[in-house]
Design a protein around this ligand. Sequence first.
Ligand code: PLP
Length: 396
Amino acid sequence: MSLEELQALERRYLMQTYRRAPVEFVRGEGALLWDADGKEYLDFLAGISVCSVGHCNPAVVEAVREQAGRLMHVSNLFYTEPMVRLAERLSRSSLGGKVFLANSGTEATECAIKVARKNAHRRGVESPEIVSFERDFHGRSYGALAATPALARNEALGPMLAGFRSVPFDDAGALRDAVYEETAAVLIEPIQGEAGVYPVSEETLLAARRACDETGALLIFDEIQTGMGRTGSLWAYQQTAVRPDVMTSAKALGGGLPVGACVMSEELGDVLEPGDHGSTFAGGAVASAAALAVLDLVDDEELLRRVRELGATLREGLLELDGVREVRGRGLMLGVGLEPGIDAAELAAELLRNGLIVNVPEPGTLRLLPPLTVDPDQVERAVGLIGESLLTYSRV
Ligand code: PLP
């Protein structure tokens, strides 16, 4: 089927919720993708930070193949070993408490919101409130949407869920003022991803921790984009002085299969009980087997050291390019701020034509999220392609 035929069918049969680039991908390996005409692309987006161990990583493919051939699904009314082992692995590698497995980031957020509200009710709060930063992104289901201030203003989708409040990004004072006895949780991304890669300062993270400790609110870190080694540690919070009470994960966790998780600290014990939350597919055997294979690869000091080193190389290379104003982020999660007047969307379209996949989270910013297994030559090639496109572009 030609691209034009696919596009015609898409217009006829798919709800028009996305603006897709005009490329049909048919194969992937490591940091490379191929389109239907056989053209090769260097993928510095990795399915928006999902394919962190590379496309079709052999260990993940084998784990999926093996599990799919034996047992795919039995529901949460029964036990399977991959599900329980995944919960143990996530807990032991982070906050040490109980885990709820989900199928996506937004579902992990829903669980965190329920945990926060129920925990607040347990300490006598009547109208629990959840505080987030402006431009945070926590997902698109109604709970997560309510904690995603920019999207929650879309009145056409209203009414929104009550009990949410936002404060200016990285404003420690405003955050402190917004947290009081009725606050159930502060729910933030330690590095905003969809907004354009903006790290929260250590000062603000510490202020959030303190405000939560003083009021009994939970500190929830959304590590859906920052987690699973993306920033050079398994979880982004591990490079800060702050430990959250609850953490969410998804995206790279399943290596390409839909897996999410909400992890609590051990001190929280049990908050949710039977009937409070659930999902037919969550913790499915195939998805859990995939996630265990991804964790085997990513929860590895050698790989994490490489992420930090390659991240530094990428950052330095980008900062030398004409047209690059600043580079934000950590590890292999980078936002490239362009000089005023450079249209990031046009630049990304030009890069795509030249065989490099990046994305544009906001005007003036390119976001780079390559697979963590990218090799140094590919990092150099990406910097070269961005430099060339910037030159061509500024000549136009
Ligand atoms: N939280 C963050 C930080 C995200 O980046 C995303 C997705 O981009 C989500 C939540 C929602 O995840 P999902 O699209 O899997 O529902």
